[in-house]
Ligand binder design. Structure first.
Ligand code: OAD
Length: 247
């Protein structure tokens, strides 16, 4: 039976909800240059271009067909029913975990639905798209809100809390992430180092150099409900070679 679980999610968990990943075929980084839209330098160079990029993604997220899928729901159920400690960390900037019912979670790369005052760092839920008139209410003169997104070269949020949880967990599961962006890509090493079981859920077969001890290959929406039931039934994942509970 596990006592402390840390879950890391990436763009793959939202793929079945209709949100593009970054690095799969047709992913966001095939259509946009990272340095233009996801760096402080890109923002300084062309604010309007960066604002348009995040405004479009924010609008996209509000399309009625974009809904949490079975993987998001399974994690919300785990939070509700697991008797030990659970920390959900997402690299995603969408709000599908919250919409599924997850309450205790860290958006380590920020949130699409928020803007941030560049001076005080206070965050504001967006009522209108980014633009020169969308300003903070914390400063005089009011400052133009920037996207509440961690760009390349910036430090992700809540790293102390994340490292404390990784140091103590007995199970670490990474779902739908390519493991290419640090520091999140290094969480598996930290968890291994502290003796946790480490499990990866991904559509693709594992990389031969993968640091994860166990792999489940397939869609997160199909695997996660079974994986969560296996955990809630008090089973240890490696004990029966990862045979999952029947859905
Ligand atoms: P990536 O686009 O790099 O990787 C998505 C992963 O999800 C891939 O490994 C896919 O094989 C997997 N995948 C796709 N569909 C899936 C499904 N239905 N079920 C399970 N797995 C599936 O996205 P991330 O790893 O999240 O950072 O990217 C990490 C960070 O890079 C993002 O947070 C973002 C980006 O640049 C910032 O913007 C700071």
């Amino acid at each position: 039976m596990y006592r402390r679980i840390v879950i890391l999610t990436g763009a793959g968990i939202s793929a079945e909800s209709g949100i593009s990943t970054f690095r799969d075929q047709d992913g966001l980084w095939e259509k946009h240059h990272i340095e233009d839209v996801a760096t402080p330098e890109g923002y300084a160079k062309d604010i309007q271009l960066v604002e348009r990029f995040y405004n479009l993604r924010w609008q996209d997220l509000q399309r009625p067909e974009i809904l949490p899928n079975a993987a998001h729901q399974a994690l919300a159920k785990l939070e509700l029913e697991f008797e030990g400690e659970l920390l959900l960390i997402t690299q995603n900037v969408d709000d599908l975990h919250e919409r599924a019912g997850s309450l205790r979670m860290i958006h380590m790369h920020g949130e699409l639905k928020k803007g941030r005052c560049p001076k005080s760092q206070q965050t504001f839920v967006l009522r209108e798209p980014f633009g020169e008139d969308n300003c903070c209410t914390c400063c005089i003169p009011a400052m133009r809100l920037r996207p509440h997104i961690v760009w390349f070269g910036e430090m992700p949020f809540a790293m102390d809390r994340i490292h404390d949880a990784l140091d103590e967990c007995d199970l670490f599961i990474a779902i739908g992430t390519s493991g290419t962006v640090y520091p999140a890509a290094g969480f598996v090493d930290t968890a291994n180092h502290h003796g946790a079981q480490t499990v990866e859920v991904n559509l693709m077969q594992p990389d031969p150099h993968s640091q994860f001890q166990y792999h489940f290959t397939g869609k997160a929406g199909e695997i996660m409900p079974k994986l969560v039931d296996t955990i809630l039934n008090g089973n240890i994942l490696g004990a029966n070679k990862c045979k999952l509970a029947q859905a």
